[in-house]
Design a protein around this ligand. Structure first.
Ligand code: SAM
Length: 203
């Protein structure tokens, strides 16, 4: 499917649920539960958000954890989100500062399988103003876009596809390596480079 067949990130996400039929799905940043509404009832789901605002009933297959993703992954439950079964599919849509998304990716990859998929929202910003770390606009993708050139440089083994879907793009990452610690080993050194990446680096 080309990107034009996915009008929005919701359409892309829905397609991946329908075609991959993951047994397990982890979502970081659930807000009102719109993206969570796309999961199949046969998928075991954990959604993590410090301020979930879910409207309506959720299926028995869905567990919501009211916590930041960092606190969740540091917790006992977050060590083994699905009792040891790998995360087959994940969606990172939480805090819009790139170092948070990097930590989410590191934590998710370590709990995934090589054939799992990680989707990351907000990787194709509309313009420089909506892509700043400081929020000044209604639509705000923050500096998540920096993660893509960063991962392409530091993890060339990953398969990364960037989908230019509305409103602010979605990255799809496969060929994961749960045993790879190259990002976490150098986190303190790499995070400065990541945060200070100048606008235009992804062009
Ligand atoms: C853009 S909304 C998520 C939208 C939802 N995924 C959808 O598509 O319907 C971002 C959410 O991330 C949550 N969030 C903010 N900081 C977070 C953190 N540190 N860990 C996890 N979630 C966080 C916010 O509370 C907010 O509900």
């Amino acid at each position: 499917m080309s990107d034009s067949e996915y009008p929005t990130y919701y359409h892309l996400l829905a397609d991946r649920h329908a075609t991959r039929k993951p047994l397990t799905y982890l979502e970081i940043g659930v807000h009102e539960g719109h993206s969570l509404g796309l999961v199949d009832s046969a998928t075991r789901v954990v959604g993590v958000d410090p301020e979930p605002k879910i409207q309506g009933e959720l299926g028995d297959n869905i567990t919501i954890v009211s916590a930041t993703s960092d606190d969740y992954f540091a917790s006992e439950a977050g060590q083994r989100p699905f009792a040891g079964h790998p995360i087959e599919m994940a969606f990172i849509d939480g805090m819009h500062h790139v170092e948070f998304a990097l930590r989410d990716f590191i934590n998710i990859e370590a709990r995934s399988a090589p054939d799992s998929v990680v989707l990351i929202h907000d990787c194709v910003p509309i313009d420089e103003e909506t892509a700043r770390r400081e929020r000044s606009t209604v639509i705000w993708s923050g500096d998540i876009w920096k993660l893509i050139p960063f991962l392409r440089q530091h993890r060339p083994d990953l398969d990364i596809t960037v989908h230019d879907v509305e409103p602010t793009g979605m990255a799809e990452i496969t060929n994961l390596d749960p045993s790879n610690t190259s990002l976490s080993d150098r986190y303190d050194e790499l995070v400065d480079e990541l945060i200070n990446m100048p606008w235009g680096s992804a062009d």
